[in-house]
Design a protein around this ligand. Structure first.
Ligand code: ADP
Ligand code: MG
Length: 238
């Protein structure tokens, strides 16, 4: 587990300022949800934290360690995307164990870890299937399982449920809440679904056009939105 701290983080793409000086402290074990309109920089911010994209300015610390100069693989962060790409010719078990195989873990080590994850995510009965024999929700669970394989301290999820139908999203949301309780990992969860944000988050970060508008508990934001924009996103009607 690890805290995450961003100070004055900026990102420029070809002259366009996309992230405009973000300060943010996320506590060890916290589940923080990013919300904001399409194009406001949610995915970019996750990619900067995970190291898939380089920052243009500022600093990122994980725990005590400054990491913004480190490669993605040196940061011990797992990412789950909306469009999860499983290996179609591999079984569920092999998909989950693949990162461990790449890391050179022993066969028994891989089996042990894969079973542990399969138990947590209730995937054991599906272990011998291939992705095309799974439902959308099951596939997304496998993608999450694969992200967990290396015991990441930090898990970043970028709209992981947005391709699923509404009923399935509710099930998966509950599963994610349970997973967060069990793993006690630090998580950032991006969504444009207000209900998802309100039910999952310890704290919500409202982003707009590359800046943080407000950070607070769901109740804080609901009752005391700092402006009309936040109110429009999650605030109480007034
Ligand atoms: P969100 O996830 O909130 O919808 P993004 O982080 O994907 O927003 O994008 C924020 C802004 O940065 C958008 O205007 C987008 O077009 C721009 N952007 C994102 N990635 C790149 C890139 N690799 N090159 C140029 N512009 C980008
Ligand atoms: Mg996005």
């Amino acid at each position: 587990m690890s805290s995450i701290s961003l100070s004055n983080v900026t990102k420029t793409f070809g002259g366009a300022d996309v992230i405009k000086g973000v300060d943010l402290s996320i506590e060890d074990g916290e589940l923080v949800v990013f919300v904001g309109p399409s194009g406001c920089g949610k995915s970019t911010l996750l990619r900067l934290i995970s190291g898939l994209e380089e920052i243009s300015g500022g600093e990122i610390h994980l725990g005590e360690k400054r990491v913004d100069h480190l490669s993605a693989s040196a940061r011990d962060i797992a990412m789950v995307f909306q469009s999860y790409a499983l290996y179609p010719h591999m079984t569920v078990a092999d998909n989950i164990g693949f990162p461990l195989k790449m890391a050179g873990k022993s066969k028994t080590g891989i089996e042990e870890k894969t079973r542990e994850i399969g138990t947590i995510l209730q995937l054991l009965p599906l272990f011998d299937r291939t992705p095309k024999q799974l439902s959308g929700g099951q596939r997304q669970r496998v993608a999450i399982g694969r992200a967990l394989a290396r015991d990441p301290q930090i898990i970043l999820l970028d709209e992981p449920l947005s391709n699923l139908d509404a009923a399935l999203r509710v099930d998966m949301r509950m599963e994610l809440a349970r997973l967060h309780r069990d793993l006690k990992a630090t998580m950032i969860y991006v969504t444009h679904d207000q209900v998802e944000a309100m039910t999952l988050a310890d704290r919500i970060v409202v982003l707009r056009d590359g800046i943080v508008e407000q950070v607070g508990s769901p109740l804080d934001l609901y009752l005391k939105p700092v402006n009309q924009f936040v109110a429009g996103f999650i605030g109480s009607p007034r």
